[in-house]
Design a binder for this molecule. Structure first.
Ligand SMILES: NC(=O)c1ccc[n+]([C@@H]2O[C@H](COP(=O)([O-])OP(=O)(O)OC[C@H]3O[C@@H](n4cnc5c(N)ncnc54)[C@H](OP(=O)(O)O)[C@@H]3O)[C@@H](O)[C@H]2O)c1
Length: 286
C-alpha cells in the first residue's frame, strides 16, 4: 500500500485533503507541529508525525519511506524556504510525487506579493526531479466564516474593500477532493490545475448568508485605508497587511473572478456552490 504524508495537515486545506483520502486504499500520515494537535488528524485515520517546517531533520524523518507528499504552507513571508526544505527531504527519501497547493495567479514575476510567493514555490518544484501536481485555488468561501465570521455574528455584516466586483469562491473541500485524486493516481503528474469555484459578488454572498441564517446580513464596502487600519489594529503584521491590500485591489478590479474547468473535467461535477457551503456550515455563524 502506498504511503502518503500530508504537510500542513491541521489547517483548512490539510484537513480537507485528509478527509478526502480517508476512503482511498493508501496509508495516510499527517505532519503536525504540536503533539496536542494529534487529535485533529487522528479523526481522519491519519497517523500523526511531528513536523516543524523550520527543522530539516524533522522533515527528513517524516518523509522517510513515503511515496508521495502533499504540501501547503500558511500565509508566511518565505514559503519558498519551506518548499525547498520539503523538496530536499523528498529527494533524499526517494519520494516520487509532490502535490503542492499554491494560489491562483502564481507567477514569480507577478505584480503582487501573493503571486510571487506562490510562483517562487512552483518554480522550485518544477525544477526538482520529483513528479509534481500543482493546485492553484482562488478565494476560499471559508474566509466568510474564518475571517469575517465574528462581525457577521456580532454586527450582521462583513467589511471588506472589494467594491461591487465579482470574485470566484472555492469550497476548500473541492480542493481537498482534487488533491486526494491526484495523490492516488499517476495521471496528474506534471499538471497544474486552476480551482476557481463559482463567481459571486459580495452583495450576492450577503443575500445567500441572509437566506441561510434567516436574518439580514450586509456587505459593507469599506475604503482601503480603513481596511488597512483595521487589520493593523487587529495586530496583523505589516508585511501581511501589505500583501492583503494588494490582493484586495486585484479583487476590486474584478481580476479574481475566473472559471477553472479542471474541477469539472476531473470529477464530472460542478463546484460546490456558496448556497450549499453556508447551509452545511451555518452553525458557525449562529
Ligand atoms: N484564504 C484564501 O482565500 C486562499 C486562497 C488561495 C490560496 N490560499 C493559500 O492557502 C494557504 C493557507 O492554507 P490554509 O488555509 O490551509 O492554512 P492554515 O489553515 O493556516 O494551515 C496552515 C498549516 O501549516 C501548518 N504550519 C504552520 N507553520 C508550521 C511549521 N513551522 N511547521 C509545521 N507546520 C506548520 C499549520 O500548523 P498549526 O496548526 O500548528 O499552525 C497548519 O497545519 C496560504 O498559502 C494561502 O496563500 C488561501
Amino acid at each position: 500500500m502506498e504511503k502518503i504524508i500530508v504537510l500542513g495537515a491541521t489547517g483548512n486545506i490539510g484537513q480537507a485533503v485528509l478527509q478526502h483520502l480517508q476512503d482511498s486504499n493508501v496509508e495516510v500520515f499527517a505532519g503536525v507541529r504540536k503533539e496536542a494537535d494529534f487529535d485533529k488528524v487522528n479523526r481522519y485515520n491519519a497517523t500523526p508525525i511531528l513536523v516543524d517546517f523550520t527543522d530539516q531533520e524533522s522533515l527528513d524523518k517524516a518523509l522517510k519511506g513515503k511515496d508521495r507528499v502533499f504540501l501547503v504552507t500558511p500565509l508566511m513571508q518565505n514559503p519558498e524556504a519551506v518548499t525547498e526544505k520539503v523538496l530536499q527531504s523528498a529527494q533524499k527519501n526517494n519520494v516520487k510525487h509532490i502535490v503542492r497547493s499554491t494560489a491562483a495567479g502564481a507567477d514569480s514575476n507577478g505584480q503582487i506579493q501573493m503571486a510571487r510567493w506562490a510562483g517562487n514555490s512552483e518554480d522550485l518544484i518544477k525544477a526538482s526531479s520529483l513528479n509534481f501536481t500543482i493546485l492553484r485555488p482562488y478565494n476560499f468561501v471559508q474566509n466568510y466564516i474564518n475571517y469575517y465570521g465574528q462581525t457577521i455574528k456580532d454586527y450582521n455584516g462583513f467589511y471588506i474593500p472589494n467594491g461591487d466586483a465579482e470574485l470566484s469562491l472555492l469550497d476548500v473541500s473541492d480542493l481537498g477532493e482534487i488533491a486526494a485524486i491526484a495523490l492516488t493516481s499517476e495521471e496528474h503528474y506534471g499538471k497544474t490545475y486552476e480551482l476557481s469555484g463559482l463567481k459571486y459578488s459580495n452583495d450576492k454572498i450577503a443575500n445567500i448568508i441572509s437566506d441561510t441564517l434567516g436574518r439580514k446580513i450586509s456587505y459593507i464596502d469599506v475604503p482601503e485605508d480603513q481596511a488597512r487600519e483595521s487589520m493593523l489594529e487587529n495586530q496583523m503584521p505589516e508585511w501581511l497587511v501589505d500583501a492583503m491590500m494588494e490582493l484586495n485591489y486585484i479583487i476590486k478590479q474584478g481580476w479574481s473572478a475566473g472559471y477553472g474547468e479542471d474541477y469539472k473535467n476531473i470529477t464530472g461535477k460542478e463546484y460546490t456552490s456558496a448556497e450549499t457551503y453556508f447551509e452545511r456550515n451555518k452553525d458557525a455563524l449562529l
